[in-house]
Design a protein around this ligand. Structure first.
Ligand code: MIC
Ligand code: SF4
Length: 758
C-alpha cells in the first residue's frame, strides 16, 4: 500500500463520496436529525444498514481511514502485528518517533543523544514500517498529534491512534480515537475497529475568548464540570457560535485534552477556521473538497436549535466570561482561576515558588500558541524582565519549529531565558533529566501540557504540576511564583520599575505560510521483499512475543490478591513511563515496573505488597513475578476509573504476562478496560461498590461459572477468608460475545492468528 506524507485527496474523496447518502440513511434509521459525530460514525460503519445503534449499549464495527502510532506504543503494536501473518497493513498507517527523546540540554544535542541511545528501537520501527508498508516519521519530525493535524487529519474522517491524545485531530473535524495497540492491530489486519456506540455530550459555546483567556481554559472548564470520568463512553461535540470563533489549532487543544475526562473522543464541526488551517498547511484541495460537502460536515440545523433533544447532556459555556484557569496538582479536573491559585497554594502548603515552567507538547504548541507566548516574552524583554525560573519550550512539530524560528518567535522566548527542546514529548512524559530536583523534593512546576499525575514529568512524586495556557505559563515564569495574577498584578524589573503585562496577542496562522524544515518522513519502498526485521534474542529493549495461552476451560479458584489499589490508579501508576519507556518493546523487562506507582491499601505505600507465598514484603512487580513463576493466578483490586489516562497497553499486557486472571474494580476507564479484554484478562466491576472494602491481603478470590460467561449477566465470585469463611459477591462486566471469545482464545490476537492460519 502506498503511504504518503499526507492524506491523498483520492482517499478523502472516497469518504466524501458517500457521506450524504450515509447521513440520509442514518436519519432514516434513527428517525431524526443527526449530530456531526453521528454522521462521521455512520459514514464509517462496516454495516451501515444492519449495525445496531443503541447509544451506550451497542458495540459497533467501524472502518477507520487511518492508523497512527507513536514509538512508545508502536513497538508492542507492531510486535503483535508481525505475528498475525500478513504481508502488509490493510489501511494507511504511520509510525511517529516522539516519546523516546530525553530532554537534557537543548533540541539539537538531545536529538543526537536519542538517536544513539535508541538506535536499536528506531531501526526496528523503521525496518518494520518499510517491510509492512507503513509510513515512518523520524525522530525530530514532531509529536504524533501535531504531525497528524498538519498532514493527515481531514474533516469528516475517522482514525484511530495508539495514544490517548489522538482526539487532537477533532480540532480538524475528525473522529479520532485513542486505542491500545491490539485495536490498532485489528484495523491494520483488515478487521473492523470495535467500540461502544457512544453517548453524546454537547458543549454549546457562545461569546468569544478575549484577553488572557485561551482555548485551554475551555477544556479546563469542561474537565472541572465533567471530572476525570465524566466523559467515559461519550463523544464530546462542541457547537454554537463560540465554536466558530476559535482557531483550528485552538480547537485541537480542546479536543486533545478531552482525553483527561475519559471521552471516547471530542470534535468540532467543519468551519472557516478549519478551511484556513487546511490552506495554510498546503491542503487547499482538501478544503475545496470539504466545502463541497460542508452540509454533512456539521450537525443538522435542528441539533443547534434544540440540543437537549439530541445530546445526552448539554453544557453551556460563555467564552466571553471565561477566566484564565489553572489546574492541579495531581489531577486534571481540579481547576480554579489563575488569580486564586496563590492563596490556595499557601493554604495547602504547596510551594508558591515555581521551580520550572514548560510550554508546548502535543496540546499547546501551535503557531498561534507560540505567537501568544512570544508576545508576552517580547514585551517583557523590552521592559527589561527575564524569567525568574527555568523556561523550556517543546515545539510540537518540525514544521512549527522551523516556522517559529523563521518568524523570530523562538528568539523572543530566548531573550527572556527560554531553552528550546527537541520536537518531542520530553518532560511531558518523564523524559526529563532534571539535575536540580531530587526524589522527595517538594516543588512546583507549571506547564501547558495536559496531564499532571504524580511522577509524570520528572519522575518525582513530590513535584506538583499545574496546567494552564502557554501565555500564562510564560507570565508565571517571569514572576517565578504562583502568587501572580497577570491580569491585575505587576512585575518589577532590575531598574525597580513596575511593569504591567499587556494582554497576549496571537496570530492564528503564519502570514508567510509554514516552512516545512527537515520533515523527516520516509515512505515504505515499493519493493519490500528484501527487507528483514531483526530482533536480537539478547536485546534488552526488544523481545519477540510468545502468544498467550488460551483459557483452560476451568473456573478461576483461589486466586491471590496482588494489591488493593487505593485512590487513583492511572496507567502511569500501573506502568510508569519516564525511565521505563526504554523497555516498551520488551514485555518481560517492562513488567519490572508493574504497579510501582499504585498505592496498595495492604502496605499503605506505593509499589509494595505482601507476598502471600512467603509472607515477605517486597515490590509489587517482584511479587507478581513470584506468583507467575510459582504458576499461581492472581487478581488486582482497583477503585474508580481504573486505568485512567493513557492508552498504553503495557498496563494490560504486563498483568497478563505475569498471570493476572482478572482486574476487579469499582469502575474502569475505556481504553484500559478494552486493553484488558483484548489480552484475555477479565475486567470485572463490583456490583456492590462497598465489596471493594472487604478484600483483605490474605483473601483468595474465586471467579465462577466462566463456561457460562454471558453478556449482561453478572459473574458469581467468592472470597475465601484466611479462616476458611466463604463470602460470595457478584461482579458485572461489559463483555459482548466477541469479547468473551477473546477471553476464551487467550486474547484477540490468537483469533486473528487462527483465522490467518498462523
Ligand atoms: C501519555 O501522554 O501518557 C502517553 C505517553 O502519550 C500515552 C501513550 C504511552 O504511554 O505511550 C498516552 O497518552 O496514551
Ligand atoms: Fe507526548 Fe505528552 Fe502528548 Fe502524550 S501528552 S503524546 S507524552 S506530548
Amino acid at each position: 500500500m502506498a503511504v504518503y506524507a499526507s492524506t491523498p485527496i483520492e482517499l478523502i474523496n472516497t469518504v466524501y463520496g458517500h457521506v450524504a447518502e450515509r447521513a440520509a440513511l442514518g436519519r432514516e434509521r434513527l428517525g431524526r436529525p443527526l449530530t456531526f459525530a453521528e454522521k462521521v460514525l455512520i459514514n464509517h460503519l462496516r454495516d451501515p444498514q444492519g449495525q445496531e445503534l443503541d447509544r451506550g449499549r451497542s458495540y459497533a464495527d467501524l472502518d477507520p481511514d487511518r492508523v497512527a502510532m507513536q514509538d512508545a506504543t508502536a513497538q508492542m503494536a507492531l510486535l503483535q502485528f508481525t505475528t498475525a501473518g500478513l504481508a502488509e497493513v490493510a489501511v494507511p498507517s504511520t509510525v511517529h518517533c516522539d516519546h523516546l527523546i530525553q530532554a537534557r540540554e537543548d533540541g539539537k544535542v538531545d536529538l543526537l543523544a536519542a538517536l544513539e541511545t535508541n538506535s536499536e528501537v528506531y531501526d526496528f520501527l523503521e525496518s518494520v514500517s518499510a517491510k509492512y508498508g507503513l509510513g515512518f516519521w523520524k525522530p525530530g519530525s514532531g509529536i504524533i498529534h501535531q504531525v497528524v493535524l498538519e498532514q493527515y487529519a481531514f474533516p469528516g474522517g475517522m482514525m484511530i491512534g495508539t495514544d490517548s491524545h489522538t482526539p487532537n485531530a477533532g480540532g480538524l473535524g475528525m473522529v479520532a480515537i485513542g486505542v491500545g495497540g491490539a485495536d490498532a492491530v485489528d484495523v491494520m489486519t483488515g478487521y473492523p475497529f470495535n467500540v461502544r456506540w457512544p453517548k453524546l455530550i454537547g458543549v454549546h459555546l457562545t461569546g468569544e475568548l478575549s484577553g488572557w483567556s485561551a482555548p485551554k481554559d475551555v477544556i479546563l472548564k469542561v474537565a472541572e464540570i465533567l471530572t476525570v470520568k465524566g466523559g467515559t463512553g461519550a463523544i464530546v461535540e462542541y457547537f454554537g457560535p463560540g465554536a466558530q470563533s476559535i482557531s483550528c489549532t485552538g480547537k485541537a487543544t480542546i479536543c486533545n485534552m478531552g482525553a483527561e475526562i475519559g471521552a471516547t473522543t471530542s470534535l468540532f464541526a467543519y468551519d472557516d477556521a478549519m478551511a484556513r488551517y487546511l490552506k495554510s498547511t498546503g491542503r487547499e484541495a482538501v478544503a475545496d473538497a470539504a466545502n463541497a460537502v460542508a452540509h454533512d460536515l456539521r450537525a443538522d440545523d435542528e441539533v443547534g436549535e434544540e440540543p437537549g433533544r439530541y445530546f445526552d447532556q448539554v453544557i453551556e459555556i460563555d467564552l466571553s466570561t471565561l477566566e484564565p484557569l489553572i489546574n492541579g496538582p495531581h489531577t486534571p479536573d481540579l481547576a480554579r482561576p489563575v488569580s486564586a491559585l496563590g492563596e490556595e497554594a499557601r493554604a495547602n502548603g504547596w510551594p508558591v515558588a515555581i521551580s520550572s515552567a514548560l510550554v508546548g507538547s502535543c496540546t499547546n504548541s501551535s503557531y498561534e500558541d507560540i505567537t501568544r507566548a512570544a508576545s508576552i516574552a517580547r514585551q517583557a524583554a523590552d521592559a527589561g524582565l527575564t524569567c525568574k525560573t527555568q523556561l523550556m519550550v517543546t515545539p510540537g512539530s518540525e514544521q512549527v519549529r522551523a516556522t517559529i524560528e523563521r518568524d523570530g518567535l523562538l528568539a523572543d522566548l530566548e531573550r527572556i531565558g527560554a531553552t528550546v527542546l527537541a520536537n518531542a514529548c520530553g518532560p511531558c512524559i518523564g523524559q526529563w533529566a532534571r539535575p536540580d530536583v531530587h526524589e522527595g523534593d517538594t516543588n512546583t512546576i507549571v506547564t501547558s501540557y495536559n496531564r499532571n499525575f504524580p511522577k509524570r514529568n520528572d519522575g518525582n512524586a513530590s513535584t506538583l504540576a499545574f496546567v494552564t495556557s502557554p501565555e500564562t505559563v510564560v507570565a508565571l515564569a517571569l514572576a517565578g511564583t504562583l502568587e501572580f495574577d497577570p491580569i491585575n498584578d505587576t512585575l518589577t524589573n532590575d531598574a525597580g520599575e513596575s511593569i504591567k503585562l499587556a494582554v497576549p496577542v496571537g496570530e492564528e496562522l503564519p502570514a508567510l505560510g509554514f516552512t516545512p524544515g527537515d520533515m523527516g518522513f520516509i515512505a515504505p519502498p515499493d519493493d519490500r521483499s528484501a527487507i528483514s526485521v531483526v530482533v536480537s534474542p539478547t536485546s534488552d529493549r526488544l523481545q519477540l512475543l510468545e502468544p498467550f495461552a488460551p483459557w483452560d476451560g476451568h473456573d478461576y479458584t483461589d486466586l491471590l490478591v496482588l494489591l488493593r489499589a487505593e485512590g487513583k490508579c492511572t496507567t502511569d501508576h500501573i506502568s510508569a513511563a519516564g525511565p521505563w519507556l526504554k523497555y516498551r518493546g520488551h514485555l518481560e523487562n517492562i513488567s519490572g515496573n508493574l504497579f510501582l506507582g499504585a498505592v496498595n491499601a495492604f502496605t499503605g505505600e506505593a509499589g509494595t505488597g505482601i507476598d502471600q507465598l512467603d509472607g515477605q514484603k517486597r515490590s509489587l512487580p517482584d511479587i507478581a513475578r513470584h506468583y507467575h513463576e510459582a504458576g499461581r493466578g492472581w487478581v488486582a483490586i482497583g477503585d474508580e476509573n481504573y486505568g485512567e489516562g493513557s492508552s498504553r497497553e503495557h498496563a494490560a499486557m504486563e498483568p497478563r504476562f505475569r498471570n493476572a486472571k482478572a482486574i476487579i474494580c469499582r469502575s474502569f476507564a475505556r481504553i484500559a478496560e478494552t486493553n484488558l479484554k483484548k489480552q484475555g484478562v477479565l475486567p470485572l466491576w463490583f456490583t456492590d461498590p462497598t465489596d471493594y472494602d472487604q478484600i483483605a491481603v490474605d483473601d483468595r478470590i474465586s471467579i465462577l461459572g466462566l463456561a457460562e460467561l454471558t453478556p449482561d449477566r453478572p459473574v458469581a465470585c467468592q472470597i475465601t477468608k484466611a479462616d476458611g469463611t466463604v463470602v460470595p459477591f457478584t461482579c458485572s462486566h461489559t463483555m459482548n460475545d466477541e469479547h468473551i471469545a477473546w477471553f476464551r482464545a487467550g486474547g484477540a490476537l490468537n483469533i486473528i492468528r487462527q483465522e490467518q492460519g498462523v
